[in-house]
Write a protein that binds this ligand. Sequence first.
Ligand code: F6P
Length: 340
Amino acid sequence: MPKKITKKRTGASQRLSAKKISSIAVITPGGDAPGMNTAIRAVVRTATYHGLKVWGVERGWYGLINGLVKEMGPKSVSGIINKGGTILHTRRTPEFNEKQNRKMAYNELRLRQIDAMVVIGGDGSMKSAYRFMKEFGVPVNVIPASIDNDIPGTDFTIGFDTAVNTALEAIDKIRDTATSHERLFVVEVMGRHNGFIALDVGLSAGAEAILIPEVPYDLDQIARDIRAGQERGKESFILVVAEGCGNVYKIADKLKDKLNIEVRVTNLGYVQRGGTPSSLSRELACKLGAVAVESLVNGLYGNLIGAISDRVVLFPIDKISKTKKQIDMEHLRIATMLAS
Ligand code: F6P
C-alpha cells in the first residue's frame, strides 16, 4: 500500500495579499501524459468544493491566446479519472514565446475575470507558465505531468509510471521472440533529452545494455559484452535506447557489423504516451491536483506541486526552473551489474 501523502513547503513561495481568488483556469500545454485527465478532475472538483469558478483552456497556450476557454464543473469531469490523454486537448505552441501573444493570452484571462491558473504539464510548460506569471502577475501553480519525469522538485511526474509500465509490457513480449530466434533487439523508448524512461524500463526488463543521453556510450564495449554473453549461453539480448541517443537504426547496423547475430529494431514511440493511467499516476494526480488548488485558495502561488518520498511538497518555481533533474547513476550501475 502506498503511504499517505502529507503536505510540506520548501523554501519561500509567494503569497497573495488582500485579494482572494474566486475564479481559476486549468490548462494542459505540451505533450499529453496518462493521468492528466485525473489531474483535471482533481483541480475542477477541488475548486468547485471551495466555491471557485473554473475555466478549462482548450489546446494549451494556443487556446489561451485564441480564447478557446470554457466553463467547467464537476459534471464535465465525470468518467475521466481512468482515461489517457487530456480532454482539454493540447498543442505545441512555439508562438507563446512571443510577448505579443502572451499579452493576448493575458487579455483572455482578464476578459473572463480569471484570477489564477493551474498548469498541468512538463518542464517546458512549467517554464512558460513561470514567465507568464512574472510578466503579467497571474498567480500560477504547476502540476508536473509528463512521461519524461524530467522535472526537479518531484520524485515522479504524472504519467511516468504508466509510460514505463507500457514500455515494460512491450519489452517483455519482445524478449519472448528475441529468445526464440536468439536475436539482438534494439528498442527505442521516449526521452529526447534524458534517459529516465530508458533507465527504469531497462532495469526492470533486464536489458543487456541501456543507452541514455546523459552517459556517452561505447558500441565496441557493448559488442564485447554481447559476445561474452553469447559465450556464457545467453539466448537473447535487448538494448534499450533513449530517443535522444541518436538514430536507433544506425546503432543497430553498427552492432550488426561487429557481431555474429541477427539484429532487429523496435521503436515503441507514441504507445508510451497513451493508455489507462496506472494507480501511481492517478494517485499522484488526485493529490497534486487538490493541493495545487488549495494552495491558491490559501494564497500560495509560483510553486511546482510535487511529491518527494510520498509527501506533497511545494517548490518555488524560480528555484527549480534553473536546475536539471539528475539521473541516478546507481540505477545504471545496478542494471549493468545484473545484466552480466
Ligand atoms: O515530452 C514528452 C515527449 O513524449 C518526449 O518523450 C518526446 O521526445 C516528445 O514528447 C515528443 O513530442 P511531440 O509529440 O510533440 O513530437
